[in-house]
Design a protein around this ligand. Sequence first.
Ligand code: HEM
Ligand code: HEM
Length: 189
Amino acid sequence: MNLKNSSTRYGVCTKFFHWLVFIGFVMQYFVAAIMLRIKDAETFWGFTQGVFYDWHKSVGLIIFGIVIFRYLWRHFASLPDWAPGLSDGEKKYLHWVERILYICMFAMPVSGYIFVMAGDYGVLFFGKFPLPNPIGKIEWLATVADYTHIVTALAIALAFFAHMGMVCKRHFIHRDGYLWRMLPFTHQK
Ligand code: HEM
Ligand code: HEM
């Protein structure tokens, strides 16, 4: 079991971070969709809107921590070589899509945090621990952060489809086993 990346494959840590963040983001979109649709007094699966907000904010901050680790790890454990057979255009495309994904992975939790702090809504971590507000109420900043959160949510969805486009193209059209590079329990050379 290789924890670090080798020149030909991703190691356990990179794969772990990749899929943990993926699951985290899917959950965040799901919870956001619920919390923005139910009313104050309503419940969904027995939980109030406030519980969903607390959950979304708390999990979002944990994801932020994981993304920092993931980014540091990417620099610490150098990446494998490019997948064989990629054209120069595809390499450039991958480079930019990954860059945009990383920018969004940071922008999403940071904008959410600034929005709730500058809007003076605060964070009750998992409904139990109120976090201090180092920003204080600044209305214009809350508005900017709210828009940034919404625009980044759209940007990451687009970047995700761009990412999937390349994965599907290489894996299903070129049939080069591209997907195995990131899937766990695959022992490709
Ligand atoms: C880490 C990943 C995160 C993802 C993927 C994410 C995703 C989303 C999405 C998709 C929405 C719905 C946007 C819309 O159409 O209005 C949303 C709303 C919201 N998010 Fe996040 N979020 C994240 C982190 C956070 C964090 C860390 C906080 C606060 C500490 C936060 C606070 C909020 C709030 C308060 C809303 C409601 C915004 C409104 O009412 O306009 N989010 N989030
Ligand atoms: C939130 C969703 C996702 C994000 C943000 C994301 C992000 C990334 C990033 C940044 C990389 C570069 C390696 C790294 O730094 O970790 C990567 C690689 C990869 N991802 Fe994703 N990914 C997502 C979802 C998926 C899904 C759902 C699949 C497959 C169905 C997938 C398949 C791959 C593959 C095969 C690679 C290796 C690419 C290569 O080595 O050229 N990703 N992903």
